[in-house]
Ligand binder design. Structure first.
Ligand code: FES
Length: 87
């Protein structure tokens, strides 16, 4: 199990415990933390979050990301992580 520390994403700061099998977007939704998204397929970039700690694995990612950015719809945690909103 991995811990996702949510640091002020859509006004929420809390810790989620997940198996790492679902995308971070889905995990957030299941905990009523709603972030903007559109395609859910790694194309649009509307779900970008900031990775503050830890590592994730991306599946399809067709959006250029800056250092520390992740696509919530395509990323799954592979360690404990901390995420925040994009600046
Ligand atoms: S929702 Fe489109 S890239 Fe994540």
């Amino acid at each position: 199990m991995f811990k996702i520390d949510v640091n002020n994403v859509n006004g929420k700061t809390e810790s989620l415990y997940v198996y790492g099998e679902q995308s971070i977007l889905t995990e957030l939704e299941e905990h009523s933390i709603l972030i903007s998204h559109s395609c859910r397929q790694g194309h649009c970039g509307s779900c970008i979050l900031q990775l503050l700690k830890g590592d994730v694995l991306h599946q399809d990612c067709l959006v250029p990301l800056s250092h520390g950015e992740i696509l919530a719809c395509q990323a799954k945690p592979i360690t404990d992580i901390e995420i925040g909103s994009r600046d």
